[in-house]
Design a protein around this ligand. Sequence first.
Ligand code: ADP
Ligand code: ADP
Length: 235
Amino acid sequence: AAVVELRRVSKHYQLGDSRIDALRQVSLAIRPGEFVAVWGPSGSGKSTLCNLVGLLDAPSSGQVLFDGTDVATLSDNQRSIARNRSIGFVFQNFNLVPVLSALENVMLPLQIGRAGTRQARAAALRRLDEVGLSTHLAHRPARLSGGQQQRVAIARALIGAPALVVADEPTANLDSSNALRVIALMRRIGHAEGTAFVFSTHDERLLDRVDRRLRMHDGVLVEEGAAAVPPVPAV
Ligand code: ADP
Ligand code: ADP
């Protein structure tokens, strides 16, 4: 069964008198543990697609199914619960809380979800170890490199053991070696834990690391393909 499925999904934006077709009749299914890149030029609809896959936005037409359920049939509250329990998010600008340590940033989603502090701390320690940052627990984001901040953000996205992580341009602010490291890390964790990852990028150099590519052009999913090159071993 798919974690998330889009059936003939279109998304329009109204900008003054003109209508922008950000997505046109896109159909796709993301399976458990799949590591998927959404790629294409700026303005091709990658962010819009990520927002729909992450249940952050509603389609203009077509259906979004999450874990087999049509998201449109859920109440606002049920949709929020599905998103909070089952989806992690990673952002281009890391979006860490500047006044909190790495450890506190990673604990935060569980604490908002009313987990006990001891339980949240144990889970965050495990996640920070998994992303190679056990030695930086007390560091605030400003004292971490971009690559380290994004690894904290990945640990935070994974803290609730989501079925899916959506990452919109997660490597846009990283140099190429950190970009490759972050992608390899996400891929390794996704495959090890059965977490599906969907990330957008305009960087073609990252595409030989994925299980599947969704190429966007002018709001159309023009190509769905497996990686041309065998995936490299995880870092
Ligand atoms: P990408 O992520 O590939 O750069 P986007 O999904 O951000 O593409 O944008 C797709 C199209 O939709 C673009 O033409 C963009 O300008 C437009 N668009 C995106 N968000 C909005 C919005 N909130 N209002 C109006 N137009 C938007
Ligand atoms: P809030 O309304 O407080 O932002 P919700 O969870 O109720 O929180 O909704 C967040 C967003 O989820 C809304 O902008 C809504 O449009 C969007 N959303 C995602 N998928 C759907 C869907 N299939 N049908 C309606 N709304 C959806």
